[in-house]
Write a protein that binds this ligand. Structure first.
Ligand SMILES: NC(=O)c1ccc[n+]([C@@H]2O[C@H](COP(=O)([O-])OP(=O)(O)OC[C@H]3O[C@@H](n4cnc5c(N)ncnc54)[C@H](O)[C@@H]3O)[C@@H](O)[C@H]2O)c1
Length: 366
């Protein structure tokens, strides 16, 4: 079987990819890079345990990028993916990056133009798109089951306060502490865009104050970020994310269309569908869809961690289905820039901001 030689940068979240690549018959893990030496030593010990004598370890990206490999998975700091992704693609390798896509509008354009210039495969590891329920919502929306989208909600509700000290590990300037409230938005926005294929055209941003329970842990921005987005067909979309107290850790996704609605309840999908031309009297059902690929069952984030890497690797191997399912650079940027410009909206008194269509070269320079 043809194997793709993969290197992973960033060994914290990156360890998920390290473990999953060991299970993938199409992957040969060849190199790991992290400038945290203690973490790198842990990885070495883990690799030895698993009998992986051929993996090389680097504490410098400059040396790592010289290694003989076909593709790199970037799980470094969330606000530093673009400069490294560009270096990876310019060196002739394919790249998948963790969340976020980009930190600024300038980076959004640079990333797109690097993919266009190099022709390399770029994939975005937005794992929240790929649980069986959200995949089913995508299939059913695209089949027209609930008609035209009028309203959507995407909520990534995750109170990380109890683990904040361990995920920022004493670094005051860690990106999790410094990031503006609306930036970590692709878990809430991504699945809705992935389901519907609709482009966001305008955003208005909102935030709460930096609440004491997070501020005391080191955060510098509003605790909750919200984007109210207009989609290209006129539908309204509410995206809400991060550290909110809740009864259960459930990320909410719902689509309301002209013929019905779908809602991800975490353990099942709720669907309501009316017959075209008949208002009311529709049929409701609740069920848990199956995984589209069996191996997804054992993977983290409801299987999402498996599908992102699986489709990335098979896209490199020329599989058209994988390419269609994987998240390309244009979609990745569209999932992210409502957060970037949503923060500009907040600083301008919640003013609505037009989102440029970066698929269109003429809209990139401004
Ligand atoms: N999709 C998800 O569900 C999910 C979950 C957790 C984290 N993430 C993403 O994974 C990425 C990493 O997050 P994390 O939780 O592992 O924490 P993190 O950002 O603190 O870890 C980044 C790691 O990369 C290393 N690193 C950073 N810059 C480097 C450089 N220039 N050279 C060498 N090593 C470098 C750091 O030492 C650290 O170990 C982020 O983009 C985050 O958004 C995604």
């Amino acid at each position: 079987m043809e194997k793709v030689k993969v290197g992973v940068m960033g060994a914290r979240r990156g360890s998920t990819f390290i473990n999953s690549s060991l299970e993938d018959p199409c992957v040969e893990l060849v190199a790991i890079c992290d400038f945290n030496k203690a973490l790198l030593d842990d990885c070495k010990a883990h690799a030895d345990q698993r009998g992986l004598g051929n993996v090389a370890f680097y504490d410098s990206f400059d040396e790592f990028i010289q290694h003989d490999m076909d593709a790199v998975i970037l799980a470094n700091y969330a606000n530093e993916h673009v400069p490294y992704a560009i270096r990876v693609m310019d060196s002739g390798r394919h790249v998948m990056t963790e969340c976020l896509t980009c930190a600024t509008m300038k980076e959004a354009v640079e990333l797109i133009e690097c993919v266009e210039r190099t022709g390399k495969i770029y994939a975005y590891a937005e794992n929240y798109c790929f649980t069986p329920i959200r995949w089913e919502m995508r299939q059913r929306y695209r089949r027209g089951d609930i008609g035209e989208l009028m309203y959507a909600e995407g909520e990534y509700v995750h109170d990380c306060s109890s683990i904040w000290p361990s995920i920022t590990y004493g670094i005051r300037n860690h990106w999790r502490n410094l990031m503006p409230s609306t930036f970590y938005c692709t878990h809430s926005i991504g699945p809705i865009l992935y389901m519907t294929g609709l482009r966001p055209v305008q955003v208005t941003g909102f935030e709460t104050p930096n609440m004491p329970f997070m501020r005391e842990l080191g955060t510098a921005s509003g605790t909750l970020g919200m984007e109210i987005i207009t989609l290209e067909n006129g539908a309204m979309f509410k995206s809400l994310h991060f550290n909110m107290k809740h009864t259960t850790h459930v990320s909410n996704y719902q689509l309301n269309g002209t013929l019905g609605a779908m809602k991800d309840l975490g353990d099942k999908l709720d669907v309501y569908v009316e017959e075209p031309g008949k208002n009311g009297g529709g049929k409701g059902e609740s069920y848990l869809p199956e995984h589209v690929i069996e191996e997804g069952k054992a993977s983290g984030h409801g299987g999402g961690d498996f599908y992102t890497t699986h489709y990335f690797i098979r896209s490199i191997l020329g599989d058209e289905v994988a390419r269609e399912r994987s998240i390309d650079v244009y979609s990745a940027v569209e999932m992210c820039i409502p957060g970037t410009l949503g923060f500009v909206s907040i600083t301008e008194g919640n003013k609505p901001i037009k989102l440029p269509n970066l698929r269109n070269k003429a809209e990139r320079d401004p």
